[in-house]
Design a protein. Structure first.
Length: 165
């Protein structure tokens, strides 16, 4: 077991920005990357830890001031009370409301945490399956987390109902 620290920033963000500005397609942060720490002299050394790819992606997207972060998964929806008779699919949520809900640590929680982090930085996060990417982008399916969604007086008012499956 190794720690999984919260990524503060992506060291290669300036290189990623330069490649994007040059019109290049950039694939990065796939495995989260190698965590490093910087000593007082500016030297970086590796740390025995695992960096979550979703949280690292959110950190990079925020640093690049991206408008949108899309996290693809095999789940059709992010669901409250998943797998129970009380399951409710989430379509839109404020960062505050969705962060109050319990999600499985090894499952949807890292994506939710990343969406919340990115939304609090001013972006819009989408979570959903690759085969429904067009619906995701058009706002017809899967959750959207953004700072502009109203919080409501209770978490049940913080998101709209998901469309029928």
């Amino acid at each position: 077991m190794v720690p999984s620290p919260m990524p503060l920033r992506v060291v290669q963000a300036p290189l990623v920005r330069a490649l994007l500005e040059a019109g290049q397609l950039v694939v990065c942060v796939g495995g989260g990357g190698v965590p490093v720490k910087t000593d007082g002299k500016g030297r970086q050394t590796g740390v025995q830890a695992v960096v979550d790819k979703d949280l690292a992606s959110a950190a990079l997207a925020a640093e690049l001031q991206a408008d949108m972060l899309i996290m693809l998964t095999d789940a059709a929806y992010v669901s409250e009370n998943w797998g129970t008779p009380a399951q409710r699919d989430i379509l839109t949520a404020s960062p505050e409301a969705i962060s109050e809900l319990p999600f499985e640590e090894g499952s949807m929680k890292p994506k939710i945490d990343a969406a919340v982090r990115f939304a609090k930085a001013g972006g819009r996060a989408l979570i959903g399956p690759l085969d429904r990417l067009d619906d995701l982008l058009a706002g017809r399916s899967a959750p959207r987390c953004a700072p502009t969604y109203p919080r409501g007086s209770s978490t049940s008012e913080a998101w709209g109902p998901a469309p029928p499956r």
